[in-house]
Design a protein around this ligand. Structure first.
Ligand SMILES: [Zn+2]
Length: 291
């Protein structure tokens, strides 16, 4: 499956199984000193996080397209009229970066090298030409720290997880982290060409820090407990798939035999086959040839 079809699958998962907020207005919610979460009212468009400094603003992810970018910008303008200086893109999926040009065409755009490379590649895809991507002009391999007024913003690559080049954005002064699609609140994730095993390690690392709020790629802001629960979902699924595979069960058997009833409050549980079982299949494939 190529990157585009993976992303579309991710998109349709959100559209099909999330509750619709047809009449909700997008708004920014304060989650720390000078720090805000923008929870999109369109589940096919990613959430954003923004930090307001003394002379400019840093924004993490900009939504699906110009329409969503405009909605985000108007929510930002309800808080501040300072220029957006920095845009961080957590990964290359269009629903996280399609609004870059709308939010600020001459902002410094920051991402991993991988995200920039994939953005340049998908920008040439014939079906995606309606998107006017603004790829990063500042990239990093492991970590970069931005100092905005008295605040620091730590942007780092935790290893393969949702994709092969995600960035997490930690705001240590506010005890907040913007997780991109490494966290969806009460929700199964989409798995691109990443690593569930390393994803669990990344979540364990993040959970060692004094996090009070985590902004997910989609849906409502999570607490530390919500992040822990999402980590437990991935870990439970990973352990079940590896144990069954060790016993020689086939992929079809594994899809049937996983037990994830503990997570029946996840929004996709009614469509178990398309989500929980698909996540199990992704893990199975990541593990490589059967033992
Ligand atoms: Zn994604």
């Amino acid at each position: 499956m190529n990157a585009r079809s993976l992303w579309i699958r991710c998109l349709t998962t959100f559209l099909a199984f999330s509750c619709c907020h047809l009449f909700a207005q997008p708004a920014a919610k304060q989650i720390g000193k000078d720090l805000y979460a923008y929870i999109s009212d369109n589940d096919a468009s990613a959430n954003s996080t923004f930090l307001v400094g003394d002379t400019g603003i840093l924004v993490v992810d900009t939504g699906l397209n110009a329409i969503e970018g405009t909605k985000l910008l108007s929510a930002i303008r309800q808080i501040s009229h300072l220029p957006v200086k920095y845009i961080v893109n957590t990964h290359y999926h269009p629903d996280h970066q399609g609004g870059n040009r709308t939010v600020r065409p001459d902002a410094v755009v920051i991402s991993t090298d991988f995200t920039r490379d994939r953005t340049l590649a998908i920008a040439k895809a014939p079906n995606l030409e309606a998107f006017h991507f603004q790829p990063a002009n500042l990239t990093f391999q492991h970590k970069i720290t931005i100092y905005l007024s008295s605040y620091s913003v730590e942007i780092f690559f935790p290893g393969k997880a949702h994709t092969s080049g995600d960035a997490l954005v930690y705001f240590p002064d506010q005890h907040v982290i913007a997780m991109g699609d490494l966290f969806l609140n009460r929700s199964c994730p989409a798995m691109d060409d990443g690593s569930a095993e390393n994803w669990i390690h990344a979540l364990d690392q993040v959970l060692q820090w004094p996090i009070e709020s985590a902004v997910p790629g989609h849906f409502e802001v999570g607490t530390r407990a919500d992040l822990q629960r999402f980590r437990d979902y991935l870990n439970d699924l990973y352990n079940q798939v590896t144990a069954m595979r060790q016993k020689g069960e086939t992929l079809d058997q594994i899809r049937q035999n996983i037990h994830m009833e503990k997570y029946s409050d996840f929004r996709q549980y009614p469509k178990y086959e398309a989500t929980f079982a698909d996540n199990a299949a992704s893990i199975y494939k990541q593990l490589g040839p059967s033992p």
